[in-house]
Design a protein around this ligand. Structure first.
Ligand SMILES: [Fe+2]
Length: 307
């Protein structure tokens, strides 16, 4: 079995308005991710862009995203798989990113890399933030998986089937996880890959592992479960697929990437943290549908949800 390198860029939240909050710059974080891939020679076979691509679901932001990815030397030759999230709008998404007519039906896709099959599902509910797979999408999935792929399948969607420890996020999960579980049971699906929560997480749906990738744009602090506290920084995921399995590894980007400038040697501390280091500096917020609701600066900024 061949080795396949997938890079997951999730919840990019591009906006033409600039920063989403002080120090939260989605475009800069995306640029950081692309530059990092180029600098490190990370040349993905497939890029999974797993939802909330544009904060406002607008055509100009989709064009900016497509331009940034197509200009990246690291992505030359890579297959880009755009998957919609709750911030995206199907019409502009189809028109700009998929070159199709702007109809409002679910955006379900199958792409291949060698013998590996990737099935991308539209889990969005127009006008809502939670996820749901409608009958058409479940039927699409069943049809796509009807025959085993030579190297198995990976299912990709925005909304995770498992809850987040952050209650407001958990309320926005995939509502019919049981339908997804039934559709993949007994098939060749090797993993389910999601985004949406803005924090990394691993779980299982039946016998199939589920990876929830972090966002490139900002972090939702899983240590703070009462409300959604946003932290600066972001991350992408590299997913290595071969005959040993499917391995997801998080790579910080943008403000989340702070090197220590040295090599760690056994028996000595490479980094001496400053007083207070390790305490999150970020934003706390309540989460509502759609876009940024308010912001204030008192050590934290309140945000509306985009999960
Ligand atoms: Fe998001």
């Amino acid at each position: 079995m061949a080795h396949h390198l997938l890079i997951q860029l999730s919840d990019v939240h591009l906006t033409r308005a600039g920063e989403l909050a002080p120090g939260v710059d989605p475009a800069a974080n995306l640029a950081s991710a692309l530059a990092l891939m180029e600098d490190e020679g990370l040349a993905p076979d497939v890029v999974l862009v797993t939802g909330d691509l544009a904060n406002e679901g607008d055509e100009p932001s989709y064009r900016d995203l497509a331009a940034a990815l197509s200009a990246s030397r690291a992505l030359m030759g890579a297959t880009i798989l755009y998957v919609p999230g709750n911030h995206d709008r199907r019409g502009p998404f189809r028109t700009v990113l998929l070159g199709g007519a702007p109809d409002g039906g679910p955006i379900n896709q199958v792409v291949w890399h060698g013998g590996l099959r990737l099935v991308a599902l539209d889990s969005t509910v127009p006008g809502e933030d939670h996820g749901h797979l409608d009958d058409e999408t479940i039927a699409f999935l069943a049809d796509a998986l009807a025959d085993p792929a030579p190297e198995g399948s990976i299912v990709v969607l925005h909304h995770p089937p498992q809850p987040s420890p952050i209650a407001a996020m958990a309320a926005l999960r995939l509502a019919n996880a049981d339908g997804l579980a039934r559709a993949i049971e007994g098939t060749d699906v090797r993993a389910v890959v999601c985004g949406h929560y803005h924090h990394a997480g691993a779980s299982r749906l039946g016998a199939v592992p589920v990876w929830t990738g972090p966002a490139t744009s900002f972090v939702a602090d899983a240590a703070h479960t009462g409300e959604i506290r946003l932290l600066r920084g972001g991350a992408m995921t590299r997913i290595d697929v071969d005959d040993e399995g499917v391995v997801a590894s998080v790579i910080p980007v943008g403000a989340g990437r702070h090197g220590v400038g040295g090599r760690h040697r056994r028996g000595e501390s490479a980094v001496r943290p400053a007083r207070g280091a390790g305490r999150p500096r970020g934003y706390s917020g309540s989460w509502t549908t759609g876009t940024t609701r308010s912001s204030s600066r008192s050590g934290s900024t309140r945000w509306s949800p985009c999960a």
